[in-house]
Structure formats: structure tokens, C-alpha cells
Design a protein around this ligand. Structure first.
Ligand code: BYC
Length: 311
């Protein structure tokens, strides 16, 4: 097969599997995107993990604990999906630790109040679902199948976040409503940045869409998120922190203000409010877990030796 035949193959909605022929660039793009996605899931445990010990009730604590565990699971499915492309996990994790691999900009913002946990579930998991529902139809089979499972869990995550916001906005006192609005103000724009640069400045989109890795452009998905979220914010009685937000009858979509791309680029470059803290926490967790990895591989080696001796 050559690239043209491959493009026609994926255009006909065929899935590509690990052992199939694929252009080198396709493999490279997938490793980059799936690894970034896996890193995002794992680094994404940190901002919320920060609130497990301070959740306001046992019920909230149990829910948050399971949600954070789910994110670890998503990271594992995704590292496995990346490994099917011939790269090993240690290499990917090392690239994260030395700052070579990216992870989502959103996880470099601090979680300073309990309402941030509501805002993350509602807006961050909400944005993730919009992106990932589309990725369920990605052309690479192992990535697509991982997405199906992940989306089921993310939709529960989004609802738990929105439910926290309902509790604060509909049943809370004035201070709790203020806390919800403050969290919304801080998470709205970074959530829209999750979709990546605008289409005109997205170097990878055109090729990724031709290969059916991406099914919708960054701007299309961002618009979807805005259209979906505005009525939800209105129901909560929250004000959207964007003076330019307005329904456009002709387009059938909300118009919204310009994202602060300078902020986005700075966060992606490593200069966001929590980039250093996040990477240090990941490296420490990896180093602290070295003995577990050693014990697991020693056990596996012993089991293998026993099987060989018995054969
Ligand atoms: N942050 O050409 P573009 C979750 C980079 S976690 C950082 O448009 P592409 C959750 C981009 O990588 C799930 N970097 O790229 C977990 C590229 O750089 P390189 C998060 C960004 O790949 C815990 C450059 O900018 N979801 O759900 O075609 C708690 C140019 O961009 C970002 C995913 O990871 C960003 N926001 O499209 C709660 C989705 N945006 O690699 C929730 C999977 C762009 O060329 N990923 N960059 O050096 C994707 O769908 C795509 O990779 C993107 C970017 C839409 C993000």
C-alpha cells in the first residue's frame, strides 16, 4: 500500500490495526497524540487529587477518589494503545519527564476552592468529551476502542462536576454561589484552550484530518463546547466571563471573544502557573514507585522461569 491508497482506505471508514501497513508520518502523529493524551490523563489526576483530603463530605470524597482513579485507568489504556505502535512506555514517560512531550495546558492551573472540582468536572471533562466523542471515530483501531470506554466514564465525570455546581448555585448560600462564579471565571477560558490553536494556526490538523486521526477541527469542536455549555451556565444562573458572547441567529451558533493566545502559548511552553509543580509531582511519583515496578518485573521473571523449567 502507498499513502494514496491508505488515504482512500481510511476515507472509506476502514480502521487501521497495529500490524497493518501505515505511513511513517501516520505512526509518528499517532504516537505523539496518543502519548500526549495519556500524559494528560495522568497529570490531570493532580489538580483534583489535591482536593481528595478536603472534600466536603464522605460521599464527595468517595466520588472524587473514583473519578481520579478512572483518570489513571484512562492513562493506562492510552499508554497501551501507544505501545501497539512500537514505542515503549518508559520512553514515553521519560519524554514527559524531560519536558519533551506535551500534556494538556489545562492541568497547569491551580485548584483553589472546592468549586474548582465542580468546574473541572463540568468544563474540563465536558471539553474532553466533546473532543473524545469525535475521537471514537478515529481511524486507528486501538485508539478508537480506548476512546469508547473512556467516553462512558467521562460522561459520568462531567455529570458529577455539574452536580457539584448545581449544589453550589441552586442550593448554596451567597458565598457558595460566589465561589462557583469565581471558579467558572477562572476555568472558562482555559477550557476553551484545551481544543488547541485556532484552525489557521494548527500545523497538524490538515494532515491528521486527511488520515482521519482527527475527525473535526479544533475550532469546530470548540464551537460545539461553547454552544453546549452556554445553556448549562444559564440554568445555573452563572455569568459567562465573556462580553462578546452572543447568539448568532444566522450562523446558528454562539459568537464568542478571542482566546488569549499569548497565555495559551506560555502555558504550553512550560510557563503556566503550575507547570513546574506538576512535572515535579509526576517525577517524584515515578521515582517513589520504582520499587513497585522492580518487584512486579522480578515476579514476572520468576513466573516465566518456573514456566520454562516446568516445560
Ligand atoms: N495543551 O496542530 P495542533 C482529560 C499542541 S485529559 C497543550 O492543533 P493536534 C481529563 C499540540 O500538541 C484529556 N498542547 O495539534 C483528565 C501541537 O504540538 P506538537 C485531554 C497543545 O495534535 C483528568 C501544537 O500545540 N485530551 O480528559 O493536531 C481530569 C499545535 O496544535 C494543546 C486530549 O489530550 C493543549 N491544549 O491537536 C479531567 C485529546 N493544544 O505536538 C479530564 C487528544 C494543542 O506538534 N488530543 N497543543 O509539538 C487531541 O485531540 C489533539 O492532540 C489536540 C491538538 C486537539 C489537543
Amino acid at each position: 500500500m502507498n499513502n494514496d491508497a491508505f488515504v482512500a482506505y481510511v476515507a472509506a471508514e476502514n480502521k487501521v490495526e497495529a500490524k497493518d501497513w501505515m505511513p511513517d508520518g501516520y505512526r509518528k502523529t499517532l504516537i505523539r497524540q496518543i502519548a500526549q493524551h495519556a500524559h494528560s490523563e495522568v497529570v490531570g489526576m493532580l489538580p483534583e487529587g489535591n482536593w481528595i483530603t478536603r472534600a466536603p463530605s464522605l460521599r464527595r470524597k468517595a466520588i472524587l477518589l473514583s473519578k481520579v482513579q478512572d483518570e489513571a485507568g484512562h492513562g493506562l489504556y492510552l499508554y497501551c494503545a501507544a505501545e501497539t505502535l512500537g514505542v515503549d512506555r518508559d520512553t514515553l514517560i521519560n519524554e514527559l519527564h524531560i519536558g519533551k512531550a506535551k500534556y494538556s495546558s489545562i492541568f497547569n492551573y491551580p485548584t483553589i476552592s472546592w468549586a474548582d472540582i465542580g468546574a473541572i468536572g463540568w468544563l474540563v471533562d465536558g471539553s474532553a468529551i466533546v473532543n473524545q466523542v469525535s475521537l471514537q471515530r478515529t481511524s486507528y483501531g486501538p485508539y478508537s476502542r480506548a476512546m469508547v470506554k473512556i467516553c462512558k466514564e467521562e460522561s459520568f465525570h462531567q455529570r458529577q462536576g455539574y452536580e457539584i455546581m448545581i449544589a453550589l448555585c441552586k442550593h448554596g448560600n451567597a458565598a457558595q454561589k460566589k465561589m462557583a462564579q469565581d471558579a467558572f471565571n477562572r476555568w472558562w477560558w482555559p477550557s476553551l484552550m484545551m481544543f488547541g490553536p485556532s484552525d489557521a494556526h494548527s500545523p497538524n490538523s490538515a494532515q491528521s484530518m486527511e488520515w482521519r486521526i482527527k475527525r473535526h477541527s479544533n475550532d469546530e469542536l470548540r464551537q460545539k463546547m461553547v454552544d453546549m455549555t452556554v445553556p448549562q451556565a444559564e440554568y445555573l444562573g452563572l455569568t459567562i466571563p465573556d462580553p462578546h458572547l452572543k447568539w448568532n441567529e444566522e450562523r446558528g451558533h454562539y459568537d464568542f471573544g478571542e482566546i488569549d493566545w499569548t497565555e495559551f502559548n506560555e502555558v504550553v511552553k512550560g510557563n503556566g502557573p503550575c507547570n513546574k509543580e506538576r512535572l515535579n509531582a509526576r517525577k517524584k511519583a515515578y521515582d517513589d514507585g520504582a520499587w513497585v515496578r522492580e518487584a512486579a518485573s522480578a515476579y514476572a521473571a520468576k513466573k516465566l522461569k518456573r514456566a520454562v523449567d516446568a516445560a
